[in-house]
Design a binder for this molecule. Structure first.
Ligand code: KG4
Ligand code: ZN
Length: 354
């Protein structure tokens, strides 16, 4: 079965072709980053209009890349939510109109399920069950994944998502939107522990997280630096702030990941979402071992290895491949074209066992 996948939930237009026999045949992406950078954030109306402009040419490029025709398509998967309402409508209208014209069904896909399953696009696929850490601009969640469609929410950020904290902190440091990746690049040049930021909820004994306080700590530090430097932030100081901010986020995410693995007993971890591209997080989670609790009077148990899977870099941030793949895994959800309702707010747990 050949599935065309359409992603348009935010500021990336992604189109891809996934074949259930042959795997991923093509994928094309257009990022609107440069267009929104001028405004310091995503402008929803501009995003919707740009998706409309890009969808047809990107689909044509995919068909050409895979050497297939429109008539070869068996179904069209599209992101139904969560995301920006207008942007989602652009993708869903296009997907449904095309499916209607071709007389094939549509498969509405949950954007986060796309992220969650994206590591399965790698040659080396994780085996179920696993703990998934979803770290994107909109979500920071731990899920226990027993199988496709069987997800349990273990814990999440009570306020800002990790990616959102990266972007807001980057803005405080005068970095261009979207600053997450740039911030992590500057952190490489930063000296550790020149600044000291909190590790929010590190010892909360659960899997809840909070990142908005951290951003406030950066704000206070930046204000002080500016006062001392005629309103400027010296380059090395900016790098040092980036370093400490990133260290704080990664330390919290790593400690919580350890707890999630300990609590579930799973020893496979999947990291998905844009922040999964972060080098420091990859380093920390890549070398993570689970330390079972030490019982008094007994010898200390040896740390247990963890199999960690990151999606290939190009599938970490929003893309069409993960939607085509999730759609292909959800062929039983195929419906007659005409599914025009989108779900800008849609918890992933709503689709459990559906
Ligand atoms: O998954 P994604 O593409 O979109 C959402 O569904 O949110 O994630 C985008 C987020 C942004 O907040 C971006 O700043 C962050 O991922 N991001 C990073 C890095 N690359 C992207 N954050 C930290 N380090 C990076 N290297
Ligand atoms: Zn995303």
């Amino acid at each position: 079965m050949l599935v065309l996948g359409i992603e348009s939930s935010c500021d990336e237009t992604g189109v891809a072709l996934y074949d259930t026999e042959r795997g991923l045949l093509a994928h094309q992406l257009h990022t609107q980053m440069a267009m929104h950078a001028e405004y310091g954030g995503v402008v929803p109306e501009l995003a919707s209009r740009d998706h409309i402009r890009r969808l047809v040419p990107l689909t044509q490029s995919c068909l050409k890349q895979a050497r297939v025709q429109y008539s070869d398509l068996d179904a069209i998967a599209f992101t139904q939510g969560p995301g920006l309402g207008g942007a989602l409508l652009a993708g869903s209208s296009y997907a449904n109109a095309l499916a209607f014209a071709l007389n094939i069904p549509v498969i509405p896909v949950h954007h986060l399920e796309g992220h969650l399953l994206s590591p399965l696009l790698s040659e080396e696929r994780p085996a179920f069950p696993f703990v998934a850490l979803l770290v994107s601009g909109g979500h920071t969640q731990f899920m226990a994944v027993q199988d496709i469609g069987n997800y349990t929410l273990l814990g999440e950020s009570v306020d800002d998502a990790a990616g959102e904290a990266f972007d807001k902190t980057a803005k405080l440091l005068d970095l261009p939107y979207p600053g997450g990746a740039k911030l992590s690049q500057l952190a490489k040049e930063g000296i550790p522990e020149v600044f000291h930021f909190p590790r929010p909820m590190l010892h909360s004994h659960d899997l809840q997280m909070s990142f908005s306080g951290l951003k406030t700590a950066v704000l206070t530090a930046v204000q002080k630096v500016r006062e001392e430097n005629n309103g400027n932030i010296p380059d090395q100081t900016r790098n040092d702030i980036c370093r400490e901010f990133q260290d704080a986020v990664v330390e919290v995410l790593t400690a919580k990941t350890h707890k999630a693995l300990l609590d579930t007993g799973f020893r496979t971890l999947v990291v998905a979402g844009g922040v999964g591209a972060n080098w420091k997080l990859r380093e920390a989670l890549g070398s993570l071992k689970v330390q079972p609790p030490h019982t008094k009077g007994k010898s200390k148990p040896v740390p247990e290895p963890v199999k960690v899977y990151f999606p290939p870099m190009e599938y970490c941030t929003d893309n069409g491949a993960m939607i085509a793949f999730a759609g292909a895994m959800r062929l039983q959800k195929a419906q007659k074209a005409g599914v025009f309702n989108v779900k800008p707010r849609w918890p992933l747990t709503d689709i459990v066992n559906s």
